[in-house]
Ligand binder design. Structure first.
Ligand code: FES
Ligand SMILES: [Fe+2]
Length: 367
């Protein structure tokens, strides 16, 4: 049976509230289907506006088989393009990031404007029509300082997501930020294990001593249920909303995206060892902030470099254990792992119908 039908059969027979069957985490053919049916079709968070500070600033990313370049043009708009030259397909930009007045392909120097138009292709036939060979665009949206792209030719409408998350993001003025520090790690495990790990804090007390100084492990903070009746969460949101910050937990009905404002423990104001102010998440600081004066880089980054490395080890151990022929799906904790249950339900509800479409014979019998 081919992977497509096999995957559909396992999704239809899966036990709700349990982790997925082994091939969802280990099988290269399932991974290809995940890429094709989820990663190449849905909106993906790629980076921040402030990583492209000026016209000509660009960053490159690789999404599965697709090299993509994001570049700020002369008008200040951020555009995304397939990073594949319209001559013979070479990558046009090969650095992770940089500045360029024009995008020049290194192979035969076809030269593109920052808005993707082909400006120059030397010694081509007189009949050559430059207007037909611009870089192929990729759908790109910027909201509250966050950049999202979608590789699909017919991307889902971005407007509802913008409407939900923009009010949460705008107060942080992230377009006025800069990246103080950046760290990239590779986790040797299927992407769904990384996601599952991220959706719960059941593992926090046993694995993240630094994070636990400021982050509450209460399931209402990371889960998707129960927060509406947790007096501490309600008090936190009321306080934030009184200060003009939209804060309550909101989730798209289909589970595609969500927004909330999570509290920290006691009087902590940041995810740092001492709980004092730094700048949270991807270590963005105000663009005028000076290292050593306005922030201490070690204090800023320690908790999350440690936490990310701890999570990398957790995910890799999870992946190794799942490879065992003795592995079978296990039950999630309803109290702590509501976010994981929601993620797996989201995954099944999106990939299932997409597996069933696509011109292939549908599954004949359902378990
Ligand atoms: S492949 Fe880009 S100029 Fe030839
Ligand atoms: Fe973790």
């Amino acid at each position: 049976m081919d992977a497509r039908n096999d995957m559909l059969r396992l999704l239809q027979s899966r036990k709700p509230g349990y982790s997925l069957e082994q091939p969802f985490y280990t099988d290269p053919d399932y991974f290809k289907l995940d890429m094709e049916l989820i990663w190449y079709r849905d909106w993906l968070f790629i980076g921040h506006d402030c990583e492209l500070p000026k016209p000509g600033s660009y960053i490159t990313v690789q999404i599965g088989d697709y090299p993509v370049v994001l570049v700020r043009d002369q008008k200040g708009t951020i555009n995304a393009f397939h990073n594949s030259c319209r001559h013979r397909g070479s990558r046009v930009c090969n650095a992770e990031k940089g500045m360029a007045a024009k995008l020049v392909c290194p192979y035969h120097q076809w030269t593109y404007e920052l808005d993707g138009r082909l400006l120059f292709a030397r010694q081509m036939a007189d009949s050559f029509d430059k207007t037909q060979f611009g870089l192929k665009p990729v759908a790109c949206e910027s909201v509250g300082g966050y950049i999202f792209i979608c590789l699909a030719n017919d991307p889902a409408d971005f407007a509802p997501m913008r409407a939900m998350i923009e009010p949460y993001l705008l107060p942080h003025r992230l377009s006025e930020a800069k990246v103080a520090f950046e760290s990239t790690i590779v986790e040797k495990g299927n992407w769904k294990l990384v996601w599952e790990n991220n959706r719960e804090c059941y593992h926090c007390a046993g694995n993240h001593p630094e994070l636990c100084k400021t982050f509450p492990e209460a399931p209402t903070v990371t889960g998707v249920q129960g927060a509406d009746s947790d007096p501490e969460m309600l008090a936190h949101w009321a306080k934030c909303e009184a200060a003009g910050l939209p804060s309550r937990f909101r989730i798209d009905p289909a589970g595609q995206y969500r927004a909330t404002r999570a509290p920290l423990l006691r009087d902590a104001v940041s995810y740092t060892m001492n709980g004092k102010r730094a700048v949270a998440t991807k270590w963005l600081v105000h663009k005028d902030a000076v290292e050593g004066v306005d922030y201490d880089l070690a204090e800023l980054t320690h908790v999350w470099t440690e936490t990310n490395d701890q999570d990398r080890r957790i995910v890799e151990e999870n992946a190794l254990g799942i490879l065992s022929p003795a592995y079978e799906p296990g039950p999630y904790s309803e109290l702590h792992e509501g976010g994981v249950i929601q993620f797996v339900e989201w995954y099944a509800s999106f990939i299932g119908p997409r597996l069933a479409e696509g011109g292939r014979p549908a599954l004949r019998s359902v378990a």
